[in-house]
Write a protein that binds this ligand. Structure first.
Ligand code: NAD
Ligand code: MG
Length: 400
């Protein structure tokens, strides 16, 4: 049977990789719905190519976009705003939701997909950083399936025992001999440069990742290693482990995508070319395998694999992520919100790259909130997110 896919964030980098795979397998997958936010010309071209039944755009663009499609003879239902995203994520015709919106904006639709019991291919790590418990509870309660697209988490998933893979919302890893998880990190474009050089980095230098081609926000997060911090928090929720069971190792070649360490001394790793099409194809076809179209890894062309301990002074964001995870969900929401604001300010040329960690640290220290209780829901989370964004705006204003 054809799997009907809704790609939320279709115009982004994960959207590109996903749609390249879907285009090559039209009999297995139907592109049922697409969403886009900024590059609506690109979204229009995707509609011409895939003829999705439903499309979501910003609320202010609904009428124009619907007219444009109609004039081109494309009969898609156009919806708008957050409600539109939730609508296509929960549509009874949607089988699989690819959650590939960047940042907190992706949380409501991702959570709605979980509550509608969908198969979710999760790229939007910020949803778990903000609302890990609420998300995982919803997945369990509504029998949704959550498969990680983030290459590290997808690698770990592949290296875990089948019993855990098939029940990935209820992992008791001690029972399966899992001792630790190892998240690999490339170290980003400034690995070999001094802190002072990093301080002077331009936007173009910061978004130029050595191994991966990605959206702007995650590229900046990779340069500060906040990305690995967010991934650490993501892994705690996905794999039900405390942060001290998850190590981070810099592996500049990005060939080993992450590892699971077992009590008998075995380390299982997943290797591959740095191409998001591999984890996306894995999750799309799981538990089968499919051709992803990625370049096979050329082992003979590899000159060596290195492993380096991260410098937590230079990459303070990684330290902050552990600190926030220990403090609790209220702190991870604050860290995520502060980081989104700080990254946007850097991309706007308002602050230096190294100010991002300072702002994140100040936000974590200044915004002291009581721990969220067991019954906290999305409204409580979004309320903290709003407070944190407001106060971080002020921290940025002080610097500019
Ligand atoms: P991107 O910037 O290339 O694309 C983001 C998508 O989200 C676009 O379609 C954009 O239109 C949409 N979007 C942005 N703001 C929105 C808003 N306010 N409302 C609705 N839609 C909005 O980003 P990306 O690199 O594709 O990353 C997407 C997510 O996947 C991020 O959470 C990122 O951390 C994660 N991820 C990306 C990669 C990668 O290789 N690119 C790898 C692992 C995880
Ligand atoms: Mg990753």
């Amino acid at each position: 049977m054809t799997q009907r896919i809704a790609v939320l964030g279709a115009t982004g980098s994960i959207g590109d990789s996903t749609l390249a795979i879907l285009a090559a397998q039209p009999h297995t997958y139907e592109v049922y719905a697409l969403s886009g936010y900024h590059r609506l010309d690109k979204l229009f071209a995707l509609c011409q190519q895939f003829l999705p039944k439903r499309v979501s755009v910003p609320m202010s663009a609904v009428d124009d976009f619907a007219h444009r499609l109609k004039a081109a003879g494309i009969d898609s239902d156009v919806v708008g705003g957050e409600a539109g995203l939730v609508d296509i994520a929960t549509d009874s015709q949607t089988d699989t939701v690819v959650a590939a919106i960047v940042g907190a904006a992706g949380l409501p639709s991702t959570l709605a997909a979980a509550r509608a019991g969908k198969r979710i291919l999760l790229a939007n790590k910020e949803a778990l950083v903000m609302a890990g418990k609420v998300m995982i509870d919803a997945v369990k309660k509504h029998k949704a399936t959550l498969l990680p697209l983030d290459s590290e988490h997808n690698a770990i998933f592949q290296c875990l025992p089948l019993a855990i893979q098939q029940d990935n919302t209820q992992i008791h890893q001690s029972n399966h001999g899992v001792r630790k998880l190892w998240l690999t990190a490339s170290g980003g474009p400034f690995l070999q440069q001094s802190f002072e050089q990093m301080q002077q980095a331009s936007v173009a230098e910061a978004v130029k990742h050595p191994n991966w081609s990605m959206g702007q926000k995650i590229s900046v997060d990779s340069a500060t290693m906040m990305n690995k911090g967010l991934e650490l928090i993501e892994a705690c929720h996905l794999f039900d482990l405390p942060e001290d069971k998850i190590n981070v190792v810099i592996h500049p070649q990005s060939i080993i995508h992450s590892m699971v360490e077992y009590s008998d001394g075995s380390f299982l790793a997943q290797l591959g070319s740095p191409d998001m099409k591999t984890p996306i194809a894995h999750a799309l076809s799981y538990p089968d395998r499919m051709d992803s179209g990625s370049q096979p890894l050329d082992l003979f062309a590899l000159s060596g694999l290195e492993f380096i301990e991260p410098d937590l002074q230079k990459f303070a964001c990684l330290r902050l992520a552990r600190q926030a995870m220990q403090a609790g969900t209220q702190a991870t929401i604050v860290l995520n919100a502060a980081n989104e604001i700080a990254v946007a300010a850097f991309l706007d040329g308002k602050i230096r790259l190294t100010d991002i960690a300072n702002i994140n640290e100040q936000a974590l220290n200044d915004i002291q909130l009581p721990p969220l209780n067991e019954t906290a829901d999305i409204e409580d989370i979004l309320a903290i997110d709003k407070i944190a964004r407001h106060l971080t705006d002020k921290l940025v204003a002080k610097l500019t």
